[in-house]
Design a protein around this ligand. Structure first.
Ligand code: ADP
Ligand code: MG
Length: 210
């Protein structure tokens, strides 16, 4: 079961990963977007880390909702509102909880993905963050259904998200800024799928063995 402290460790890991990969994410976004995804995510999660102390005594659902609202209000463009929606929807699935089980995580990740899809209207195969989140949820669900523990299931989710991220390379973008490039979007890895894979990687590393 994950507690608030574990979740804070996850978010700290993600904030650190984003700060280390800011230039990488921006480079990916410069190929098929407007070269701001690294800066957007870095700014957003710096604001999230500043916000956390003020919500540290709240339940986990409320913490997630506060993170989502912080992202929506500090990050412009497509990425901020979409990640904001992911955290707000995941937070609704974790409403009132002070500890989170593997099944709770799966429900939260699925709710987050559903929110992103509802807001952004992307389906798998359109070269977006949905292409990392969808296989991550599916792999986690299959893993838990086969009786795996939280560490194994989160590792399966992280590996599937990383594969999904790589699978965006040959895709033609049909949503978001990258879609403006048409065929020229082919051959580039999607920045949002990359930052999503990092989120699941930190979850596996920080929430797996708790
Ligand atoms: P912007 O595109 O406004 O500059 P960012 O650069 O922060 O915003 O984020 C770009 C990422 O957002 C893309 O790589 C893609 O993964 C994701 N994205 C864009 N549009 C959508 C959408 N409609 N649905 C899901 N994800 C999307
Ligand atoms: Mg951008």
């Amino acid at each position: 079961m994950a507690t608030r402290d574990d979740i804070f460790a996850w978010l700290k890991c993600y904030r650190q990963t984003l700060s280390e990969n800011k230039d990488y994410l921006t480079r990916l976004d410069s190929a098929i977007g407007d070269a701001d995804h690294g800066a957007n995510m870095d700014r957003g999660f710096a604001a999230v880390m500043d916000k956390l102390p003020s919500v540290a005594d709240k339940d986990i659902g409320a913490i997630f909702k506060a993170i989502g609202m912080t992202l929506v209000s500090t990050v412009g463009g497509a990425g901020g509102p979409l990640y904001g929606t992911w955290f707000m929807r995941a937070g609704m699935a974790l409403d009132g909880k002070t500890e989170v089980t593997a099944d709770d995580w799966l429900a939260a990740f699925q709710a987050g993905l559903a929110g992103v899809q509802q807001r952004g209207k992307a389906t798998p195969g359109e070269k977006t963050m949905v292409d990392a989140m969808t296989p991550a949820c599916a792999a986690m669900q299959a893993s838990l259904a086969s009786g795996a523990d939280m560490a194994t299931a989160l590792e399966a989710a992280a590996a599937a998200a990383e594969q999904g991220m790589k699978d965006t390379i040959p895709m033609l973008a049909t949503k978001g800024r990258a879609s403006y490039l048409g065929e020229r979007s082919i051959g580039h890895q999607d920045p949002g799928a990359t930052s999503s894979a990092m989120l699941f990687r930190c979850a596996a590393d920080k929430l797996g063995n708790v």
